[in-house]
Design a protein around this ligand. Structure first.
Ligand SMILES: NC(=O)c1ccc[n+]([C@@H]2O[C@H](COP(=O)([O-])OP(=O)(O)OC[C@H]3O[C@@H](n4cnc5c(N)ncnc54)[C@H](OP(=O)(O)O)[C@@H]3O)[C@@H](O)[C@H]2O)c1
Length: 286
């Protein structure tokens, strides 16, 4: 099983990213976070997704050290927050993330949101990438118009765009645009963030019974079939394990079609075009 869990996709620069990772958004309590990270690693996960704004990079770093897994076997992502945008600011934010994580490089560093000044921030990421400090660079919450703008100014294309994606919001148009541009699709909120009773949808429950899996596993497999990277968050050991058991079956085209009918175009979280959110979160707190 461990082999399957570490199934990877290859980014445009040839670097591999495990298709399954553990998300740690909103996990702020040290012991809970360390238990989740260690459980995941012992279950075979090798990919962890954090961010400066999650306020838990330090705990992620400590948990990793305690597992004694060699650093090069892990794939670690962090993100530069909205009030750290700008060339020098982003470089400083990156250095601080490295320090908190207790590592001297990142596998993936993302611009968390397309808030003002993301072009300058991108130039900092490009330089850090070229200096060998980051194995791959990308963005998050970028719409097509943000990507078009970034591509017009970038020396290096983003390798990943991490975006809200789940059956109610499959991001079909953006997915096709990214595919054409060679940018991998990474889903945040892959299980719908535990909101809107997604996992009790009758279609998912019926498919779960058919495949002898859980609705969460059906949804994660649906992402995997679409060549999407998934980073489900859980602090519940049996769910961390459950979420990893998605590489031993596949969904038929017909069943993929059934899940496609769940598309209502409903975002569960903030839109990347919410200017008020972007501006407000770009102001560094006193
Ligand atoms: N780039 C961005 O702007 C952005 C935004 C949001 C999230 N993210 C990243 O994406 C990761 C995942 O997204 P998310 O945390 O928002 O949402 P998610 O992974 O879709 O959902 C997490 C919720 O689902 C529950 N859950 C997990 N596995 C389950 C299972 N097998 N059955 C039933 N419920 C299950 C979790 O509960 P328990 O923990 O209680 O088990 C939690 O309440 C984050 O942790 C973060 O790393 C990025």
């Amino acid at each position: 099983m461990e082999q399957a869990i570490t199934k990877s996709l290859t980014m445009a620069n040839g670097v591999k990213i495990p298709q399954l990772g553990l998300g740690v958004f909103l996990v702020k309590e040290e012991e809970e976070l360390k238990t989740a990270v260690k459980t995941a690693i012992y279950d075979g996960y090798r990919h962890l997704d954090t961010a400066m704004i999650y306020n838990n990079e330090e705990f992620v770093g400590t948990a990793i050290k305690e597992t004694e897994i060699p650093r090069e076997e892990l794939f670690i992502t962090s993100k530069v927050w909205n009030y750290d945008h700008g060339y020098e600011e982003a470089k400083a934010a990156f250095a601080a993330s490295l320090e908190r994580l207790g590592t001297d490089y990142l596998d993936l560093y993302l611009i968390h949101w397309p808030s003002p000044n993301y072009i300058e921030t991108w130039h900092a990421l490009e330089d850090l990438y070229e200096a060998g400090k980051i194995k791959a660079i990308g963005v998050s919450n970028f719409q097509i118009h943000h990507l078009e703008d970034l591509l017009a100014h970038a020396k290096i294309k983003p390798m990943i765009n991490q975006i809200e994606t789940h059956p109610e919001f499959p991001q079909n148009e953006l997915h096709e645009f990214m595919k054409k541009e060679g940018i991998l699709h990474e889903a945040w909120g892959p299980l719908g963030q535990g909101k809107h009773d997604l996992l009790s949808n009758p279609i998912l429950v019926e498919l779960a019974e058919k495949y002898n899996k859980t609705p969460a596993q059906i949804v994660l497999r649906w992402h995997v079939e679409r060549e999407i990277i998934v980073i489900p968050k859980s602090v519940t050991p049996h769910r961390i394990k459950e979420n990893s058991l998605i590489f031993d079956f596949s969904l038929t085209e017909e069943d993929m079609g059934k899940i496609a009918t769940l598309n209502t175009g409903t975002r569960y979280a903030t839109s990347p075009d919410n200017e008020e959110f972007l501006t407000k979160t770009s102001i560094r707190p006193e």
